[in-house]
Write a protein of this length. Structure first.
Length: 386
């Protein structure tokens, strides 16, 4: 089709020209679009989501947050996404009371810098999204507290005022090129009171596998089927999409007033992500809606709450003792059952041949030998050394 040509054209004023120039020079920084390529090192990544810390409130467990940070520093394949409301920033005319915070905004900002600088130095942070608590400062003052925070820890390149849209690339032996890309989308949250609030992220990237929001102060995970059309192959596919609402770790008196849930020991959600062959691919590869050949596999990762390694080792020792004791009790119960079986056979007049008797005796001897090897002595758990 021939391009339409106009005989008469609008005369561009200096104001219109300046506006055109400003648009050309303006970079849209509202959405962070990036790639995290770990394909040369890892086939598995641990995504640690941290949201709604509300630093400055009395109910943030700062010691637990330090432990989570140490976990990330000592886990080579761990990456962090900070999804807003890191600072409580209760200011004049805010819904929360500025006089109830135990730290003023400047101190809150410095605590965040102290906490996450080491993570930035190791390139652990892949996204920093602003929350409504930070944005209210921007609306009233024009100061972006989280942008300044990102600049202070040398992570301004991963700052996202609103959305973070990131392709995570992992090593994958089953892929023809040895790589697999997992698109993930994150946002602080928009206040929608159910999981449908996370589904909005599908509009940002229809190919995303993991959609995550915070803001709602609760933890929720939902796997749903997502049909989509691939314009490259011309095929219709079905895939599983994970929608995640993150827990909070603080909120102060305002959260109590509104009955918002605070997970004191969970200022994070950690997801272990890898790529695997889809077991349903062969079965449905010729159907109208095909399954993807390679899919992400995701599971949550617990980060043990313990102040130090000695405390963790103590928990492990106690757990091992309990397991050993239970095994001993089960073996004893099994031997009693064998004797009960022999007694029952005699009472019923069942002939117990020498072969049966020998087999049962050998079984009892073997069980007793195994019992002797596993026998332990339980000591009381006092204040002495473990």
């Amino acid at each position: 089709m021939q391009k339409q040509r106009f005989k008469d054209k609008l005369v561009l004023t200096e104001g219109l020209k300046r506006y055109q120039d400003k648009q050309k020079a303006t970079k849209d920084e509202s959405v962070l679009i990036g790639t995290v390529d770990e394909s040369s090192k890892f086939d598995t990544a641990v995504l640690v989501y941290i949201s709604d810390l509300h630093i400055g409130t009395f109910d943030l467990d700062i010691n637990w947050l330090i432990e989570v940070t140490n976990y990330v520093l000592n886990t080579p394949n761990a990456k962090v996404l900070l999804l807003g409301d890191l600072l409580n920033t209760a200011i004049l005319n805010a819904v929360s009371n500025m006089y109830e915070d135990i730290a003023y905004p400047q101190e809150q900002w410095q605590i965040a810098v102290d906490l996450f600088s080491a993570l930035s130095e190791q390139n652990k942070i892949i996204a920093i999204c602003a929350g409504n608590h930070e944005r209210r400062v921007y609306k009233q003052t024009g100061i972006e507290t989280l942008r300044q925070f990102a600049h202070a820890i040398d992570a301004e390149g991963v700052y996202a005022p609103y959305y973070a849209n990131i392709d995570l690339v992992l090593k994958c032996a089953d892929s023809p090129n040895g790589k697999f890309t997992i698109p993930i989308v994150a946002h602080h949250g928009d206040g929608v009171g159910n999981i449908s609030g996370v589904k909005k992220l599908q509009d940002i990237d229809s190919g995303s596998y993991i959609n995550t929001v915070g803001h709602l102060h609760r933890e929720q995970l939902l796997v749903r089927g997502m049909p989509y059309y691939d314009p490259v192959t011309g095929r219709k596919y079905k895939k599983a999409v994970l929608d995640v609402i993150l827990p909070s770790a603080g909120g102060g008196y305002y959260a109590k007033e509104k009955m918002l849930q605070v997970n004191y020991k969970s200022p994070y959600l950690a997801l272990e992500v890898t790529a695997v062959k889809n077991p349903r691919f062969e079965k449905f590869k010729n159907s109208e809606w095909a399954e993807e050949e390679i899919i992400p596999a995701v599971r949550t990762i617990p980060i043990m709450q313990a102040a130090d390694t000695a405390q963790k080792n103590k928990y492990i020792k106690i757990a091992n003792r309990i397991i050993s004791q239970k095994e001993k009790e089960l073996n004893h119960e099994f031997l009693l059952k064998i004797n009960d079986l022999l007694r029952w056979m005699r009472e019923q007049g069942v002939e117990i041949t020498s072969e049966v008797r020998t087999a049962l005796k050998n079984e009892i001897k073997q069980e007793r030998a195994r019992e002797d090897k596993k026998e332990i002595v339980l000591k009381p758990l006092g204040n002495g050394k473990e």
